[in-house]
Write a protein that binds this ligand. Structure first.
Ligand SMILES: NC(=O)c1ccc[n+]([C@@H]2O[C@H](COP(=O)([O-])OP(=O)(O)OC[C@H]3O[C@@H](n4cnc5c(N)ncnc54)[C@H](O)[C@@H]3O)[C@@H](O)[C@H]2O)c1
Length: 267
């Protein structure tokens, strides 16, 4: 199965210190890629990069700032000489520390413009900038794979009943920016796949479902009941799909949306 190998390839992962970002780095590194661990905090990126099995580089990167993306590109090229894979993974998924704020601000009618703008900046503009700057390096070399991480909520609307507590109270409403930006990720993927097809740059979406990560038991129970495979995702459930999209194993695939969600979006 040599076509799954990522030996001699360089992969940049944005938002690499998050729950799934770390998993993406581990999967790409295990498949042989040199991984660039790119996130906001340099020291932690370097520390995590040192724990990976293949050569890796920790890099500070703010995806919303073009100068930061350009500086990151230059460092990657100086270190590894090439860029073959880009995983646009960094994203904001609104969380509210204060339960009162959670209940009120998350409602569509009250949702603050600043939060909307922040999600658009990171989830969409960041993905655009990274694709433009890192992707152009791939286009110049006539080859590469860009993987844009969306979400089931970019495919179907959130079921707001999931966010009711046992007493039926709507303790949180899934806000609009996440759905809007993740839906846009899927159509941006199609745009860029069509635009760069001739340059040998493949662009695909990976759509993960919800990962179990300390949510309350009632939420996990309801989510699992709504999922044909009967459970939330484990953090490592996306390893196979990611390596497939990054590697030559998917060489005739572009513009697609690979949905890995336990069946959530088929119902
Ligand atoms: N966790 C899930 O259940 C789930 C489900 C579906 C889709 N996703 C998607 O998977 C991806 C990763 O999710 P996660 O749960 O690991 O998120 P996370 O919140 O754990 O990690 C996000 C990372 O992005 C980084 N980040 C934020 N702003 C940034 C910026 N301006 N520049 C660079 N990095 C920045 C953060 O520092 C953080 O390390 C996201 O695109 C998310 O929408 C996650």
């Amino acid at each position: 199965m040599n076509e799954f190998s990522l030996k001699n390839k360089t992969a940049v992962v944005t938002g690499a210190l998050g729950l799934l970002g770390r998993q993406h780095c581990r999967a790409l590194s295990a498949a042989g890629a040199s991984v660039v661990v790119a996130d906001l905090e340099l020291a932690t990126c370097e520390e995590f990069a040192a724990s990976l099995p293949a050569p890796a580089l920790g890099l500070s990167l703010d995806v919303t700032r073009r100068e930061s993306v350009v500086a990151a590109r230059d460092t990657v090229l100086m270190t590894f000489d090439r860029i073959d894979i880009l995983v646009n993974n960094a994203a904001i998924n609104d969380m509210f520390e204060n339960p009162q704020a959670a209940q009120e601000q998350s409602k569509f009618e009250n949702y603050p413009l600043e939060l909307w703008q922040k999600s658009v900046d990171v989830n969409l503009t960041g993905l655009f900038l990274c694709s433009q700057v890192f992707g152009f390096e791939m286009a110049k070399r006539q080859g590469g794979s860009i993987i844009n991480i969306a979400s089931t909520y970019g495919v179907v609307a959130p079921d707001q009943n999931l966010y009711r507590d046992r007493s039926g109270r709507q303790s949180f409403t899934k806000p609009p920016a996440y759905s809007a930006t993740k839906g846009a990720v899927i159509s941006f993927t199609r745009y860029l796949a069509a635009y760069w097809g001739h340059a040998g740059v493949r662009v695909n979406t990976l759509t993960p479902g919800g990962v179990e990560n300390g949510q309350d038991a009632f939420f996990i129970e309801k989510y699992s009941k709504k999922t044909p495979l009967g459970r939330m995702a484990r953090p490592d459930d996306y390893h196979g799909a990611l390596v497939f999209l990054a590697s030559d194993a998917s060489s005739y695939m572009t513009g697609a949306n690979l949905v890995v969600d336990g069946g959530w979006t088929i119902l």
